[in-house]
Design a protein around this ligand. Sequence first.
Ligand code: 1PR
Length: 559
Amino acid sequence: MGGLYLLDYGAGNVRSLANALNRLGYDFKWVKKPEDILEADKLIFPGVGAFGSAMELLTSKNYAEPLKQYIKSGKPYMGICVGLQALFHGSEENPNVPGLCIIPGTVKLFNKTDKAVPHMGWNEVFCVRRTNEVNEDYLQDNHHGIKQGTVYYFVHSYAVPFTDELKEWTLATTQYGKEIFISVIQKDNILCTQFHPEKSGYAGLKVLRSFLQGEGIVSNTSRQLIIKNPEILPQDRFTKRIIACLDVRTNDQGDLVVTKGDQYDVRECNDGSGVSGQVRNLGKPVDLARRYFEEGADEITFLNITSFRNCPLTDLPMLEILKRTSETVFVPLTIGGGIRDVIDPDGKLHSALDVAGEYFRSGADKVSIGSDAVYAVEKYLANDKKLSGDTAIETIACAYGSQAVVISVDPRRVYVDSPANAMGHHVIPTSYPGPKGETLCWYQCTVKGGREGRDIDVHQLVTACEAMGAGEILLNCMDKDGTNSGYDLELIQDVKKAVNIPVIASSGAGREEHFEKVFVETNVEAALAAGIFHRREVPIQSVKNYLKERDILVRDIVS
Ligand code: 1PR
């Protein structure tokens, strides 16, 4: 039968890779049994999730031996992320689980002391191969579709450090913090990327196309190659992410629309008649997502904002939205709203893990958990901070990796005149005094889209969620939402200091300067905005240009 095969072992979003191949005009087959691997003329292994679960699944499905044989046969192999890591002897992530042992060495955890881990976002590759010291044309050309200085999308906590022993395997390295790791492996028939080409916009599609067009993957120069050791730069080339957020709900006519509220109220202003206004309609979700991809958004987040109602698995319109979006949008997609245990009309219970699984299979890369995270943390705190192992955060992180679990926080400011009046909550000083001149405040977590305040503060929430295995914090602020007055820097600084995982600043962006301020003053990894993008008040491109002019690294829209 031959042809191109994709190895899906059931962990995470492989739909995006399938969509990317379709987009490039290639047919493929899924590996369904071990023999398919040996049948393939070309094989792609898009590994996602944890090293241990990937290897265990490969073994339990009897894929490991045929995979080794396939790679030895000299036919083209492309590994992505865990598909790269699996070729090594093992990983610190699961020290007792052996890898495929094709390349010597161990995959190591990033050092967390100087940076957020997971390494999540767009970072630059440095091609180490040169034809000679003077003529650097090897790296100027698009070898394997990869070009010097281009940024690609990474999401991982473990990586293979660059060493002399691995020089012959290394095509490109990337620096994160002060660490240099191998971002592209290439030797003979093997091409592996630590980044996700299927999530790296048009630059990533180029890498896939190059692999698909190549007959076999051999070094493509007859001249002698020199390996140039990468130097540690004073600062890495990790870019700040700009995220477009689409709050989605059904409007009064029954259409699924993108809406946007002011402090979470998404209806048009009341006219004084006592009848509440219509739900604001700012466009169609799939069309808007597509527009933001083309305009250079580094990530797109969908939030189902009516998820406080029951959302049976049999009736999740957001699944269709994701499926359609992922056909044409090749940057990471997050979905939030309703990630919790749900009950179908026939009484059937589905776990949050099942719900998340449906979303991943429909094209989501991450799920964002709001209300359910608050309830889980309440239980965790009541249980002397003991992990139960059965919360949505823990079960999804265990199956799909921490990087796939975002915590969406909906806090509101509570002013107090002294810490004693904060009921034991984490209090910070504020330069924006409250109605009675209070100069202290704490941030109360809410559930059900801000409808209900709980006796828990943001500091408690984010630190507990990190301990439970969450991979990122999406930090909204009800007081700032839709105000265009800038992000709540005091809240964001406080959260950024409290956790080691990446933080996305959200709520209040109104002008380009607000993005600069939030990056400079809080060092968050990403900034999200909604209203200004939907209303075309500030284009994504002009945010990026503004930041670039001020030496803040961002992904170039053309790359
Ligand atoms: O609780 O897990 O089911 O998740 C519900 C999700 O829906 C949460 O992520 C919650 O933030 C979101 N949500 C619920 N109700 C609303 C609402 O607006 N009525 N949206 C809502 C929250 C905040 C951001 C907004 C930023 C940026 N909206 O999504 O995009 O504040 O806005 P701006 O740039 O215009 O200021 P669960």
